[in-house]
Ligand binder design. Structure first.
Ligand SMILES: NC(=O)C1=CN([C@@H]2O[C@H](COP(=O)(O)OP(=O)(O)OC[C@H]3O[C@@H](n4cnc5c(N)ncnc54)[C@H](OP(=O)(O)O)[C@@H]3O)[C@@H](O)[C@H]2O)C=CC1
Ligand SMILES: CCCCC/C=C\CC(=O)/C=C/C=C/C=C\[C@@H](O)CCCC(=O)O
Length: 330
């Protein structure tokens, strides 16, 4: 019998999540039955979606939602042999029993020198979000100018690099000077610290006086009010996320987008990455190829230890991370 530890959500967040919103519980797991597997988590992802989705997908007292890279410890299911690695949607729990429906094997022939934690980031959901959001919504083309905010994060840093692979000019915004330097190190043409620039409008104009063809929106709020009027004719805006708004207790009121949409003849489209679920293998193989070729640089912000999960999640929301925020089980 295995003792599993799990972080449960005591009550739904009000504003910014607090450590006291979570409670650590221990659960004695039963022996596995026919068709079941027992998995042990090695890496956990902490993602912004957990903030808005928790209210929509969880009841108070539930185990916190989330994805993990886990290793099969025991198996009565030949699709998941002992010792194999899987992606599991079991959430914030050290061990879990599954019949396989919520498990996804890592893509075949995962190279030994590529960290398996990348299955939660660059070669996982964030990577797919960047890949499909840029290709299918922005439809970024060689020679175009791409703007991405939240650019030093798991998704944003890949958007910028994939845009460079396509042959675009890339401008990024991030919340610290160190992150701005990171963006320049991974190939962004221009980058600025949105917290310290006097005027966002001037910073965007200075970074690209000719404006922007594509805007990959990760942040929401005021940023779009300023960015949309600087979009070039027939520009495309991929609305990926709105992390600046997730912790709001009362909805913010912004400017209206109608005039820039009409007079610049823009297309603005929201999406969630599940739209391309049937093409995940295509995206993952391309992302893996680019990582192996060195064309896609990755950075992980690692918080060590399962006990630190709530702190790692809150830290990511605050901006502690450059690249993908990962928690190690041990
Ligand atoms: N539509 C979809 O299918 C998906 C959408 N997303 C969305 O993409 C966005 C990025 O996600 P991901 O890359 O995983 O997360 P990140 O790795 O970018 O981590 C979150 C980052 O957001 C930034 N941030 C936090 N608060 C603010 C704020 N008030 N204003 C500006 N920036 C802020 C911080 O960076 P900084 O220091 O720059 O402030 C922080 O590091 C999120 O909005 C997320 O919801 C992600 C995956 C799938
Ligand atoms: C109520 C406002 C919602 C705003 C956030 C919406 C989208 C942003 C975002 O972050 C979306 C993330 C999508 C994640 C996709 C796949 C899964 O890995 C997690 C989804 C949870 C689940 O379906 O198990």
């Amino acid at each position: 019998m295995v003792l599993s530890r799990a972080w449960t959500l005591i009550k739904h967040f009000e504003g910014t999540p607090k450590l006291s919103d979570f409670k650590l519980k221990e659960v004695q797991l039963p022996k596995i039955k026919n068709g079941e597997v027992l998995v042990e988590a090695e890496y956990f992802s902490v993602d912004p979606y957990m903030r808005p989705y928790s209210k929509r997908m969880m009841n108070e007292g539930d185990i916190m939602i989330g994805t993990q890279v886990a290793r099969v410890l025991e198996s009565n299911n030949k699709a998941y042999p002992v010792g194999s690695y899987v992606l599991s949607n079991a959430g914030w729990t050290t061990h879990s029993i599954s019949q396989g429906k919520d498990l996804t094997p890592l893509i075949p022939n995962w190279p030994d020198h590529i960290p398996k934690s990348l299955a939660l980031g660059t070669i996982g959901m964030p990577g797919l979000t960047a890949y499909f959001g840029l290709k299918e919504i922005c439809i970024a083309k060689k020679g175009e100018i791409v703007l991405v905010n939240g650019a030093a994060g798991a998704v944003g840093s890949l958007v910028g690099q994939i845009a460079k692979i396509i042959g675009c000019k890339v401008v990024g915004s991030a919340g610290s000077d160190d992150k701005v330097q990171y963006l320049k190190d991974i190939g962004f043409d221009e980058a600025f610290n949105y917290k310290t620039v006097g005027s966002l409008e001037e910073a965007l104009k200075k970074a690209s006086p000719e404006g922007y063809d594509c805007f990959f929106e990760n942040v929401g709020g005021y940023f779009a009010d300023v960015a949309l009027p600087q979009m070039r004719k027939y520009g495309r805006i991929a609305v990926c996320g709105a992390i600046a708004l997730y912790n709001d207790t009362t909805p913010r009121k912004g400017e209206y987008v109608h005039f820039p949409l009409i007079f610049h003849e823009l297309r603005m489209e929201g999406f969630t990455v599940q739209r391309w679920q049937d093409r995940y293998d295509e995206g993952l193989e391309k992302l893996m190829q680019w990582v192996i070729e060195g064309k896609l640089k990755y950075h992980e912000h690692i918080t060590k230890g399962f006990d630190k999960m709530p702190a790692g999640f809150i830290g990511m929301l605050k901006g502690d991370n450059t690249g993908k925020a990962i928690i190690t089980a041990k």
